[in-house]
Design a protein around this ligand. Structure first.
Ligand SMILES: [Zn+2]
Length: 251
């Protein structure tokens, strides 16, 4: 419950990052305001999810529509935080998972909305992932996989992620940009080797499936870009949580 609430408020902050980082704005200044009428928002306008509900999705002052993405990100982050606490209990592992899930949520939404993966998120996140790899929490059911993966595994994972994602880029010169390649390196640093292979494969398979469905229903054409960073962000989270189980099931 505490973590669900914490997640709601973190989600509210993630929305600010998602709105402002692609526009090169500061995430601290100015304080939250309505993008339509520029009025500063009060505390009652900023309660996660509930503000959206009792304002019926419109700005209190100018009635401009509030994007539905705001309460969705808040709700999802709240759910994720509660779920991660339920899954891993208190400890270093939980702290790492909360940080990673927040990061991946921001990367996911920004890529979905702008087809953009920002270096100013990817690079600091790489340093963070490398720093986290030094921690060796009690391994519990985990064996040689994440967490407690160690620096070597993390670094090899990073190089593997980079190489795997760069391959189609070099071979076909299409589908992906350098942002995706750097993101794959980040995912490798997070999951380590060999789980990075699983993360990239899951992203390719799910991306291919969704692209196929969108094509089949003519929602998108063959020329429309599919933001692969979104799939990579989701598959990274899945791999962090269930990667070892999936890997062992496959072997
Ligand atoms: Zn307004």
């Amino acid at each position: 419950m505490v973590f669900a609430l914490l997640g709601l408020f973190v989600g509210s902050f993630l929305n600010v990052c998602i709105d402002r980082l692609p526009r090169r704005q500061s995430i601290i200044n100015p304080p939250s305001h309505c993008p339509a009428c520029n009025r500063k928002l009060g505390i009652l306008d900023l309660v996660p999810i509930f503000s959206y509900l009792w304002l019926r999705g419109r700005c209190r002052y100018c009635r401009a529509r509030i994007p539905i993405r705001l309460p969705i990100v808040e709700g999802v982050t709240g759910f994720l935080f509660a779920f991660l606490y339920w899954k891993s209990g208190l400890g270093i592992e939980l702290g790492i998972l909360l940080a990673y899930s927040s990061l991946l949520t921001v990367i996911f939404v920004i890529d979905l909305e702008n087809q953009l993966i920002l270096d100013k998120i990817t690079y600091p996140a790489m340093l963070l992932a490398l720093a986290f790899s030094f921690f060796r929490p009690e391994l519990r059911s985990f064996s040689f996989f994440w967490p407690g993966l160690g620096v070597e595994s993390s670094l090899i994972g990073g190089v593997f992620g980079l190489a795997l994602m760069a391959l189609p880029f070099i071979l076909y010169r299409r589908g992906m940009g350098m942002g995706d390649v750097k993101l794959a390196a980040l995912v490798g640093l997070m999951t380590g080797f060999p789980l990075v292979i699983l993360a990239v494969l899951l992203a390719w398979i799910s991306g291919g499936l969704v692209a196929g469905i969108l094509l089949a229903f003519k929602i998108k054409g063959t020329k429309d870009p599919i933001p692969s960073g979104t799939f990579l962000a989701v598959s990274a989270m899945v791999t962090l949580l269930w990667g070892e189980a999936i890997w062992q099931w496959y072997l």
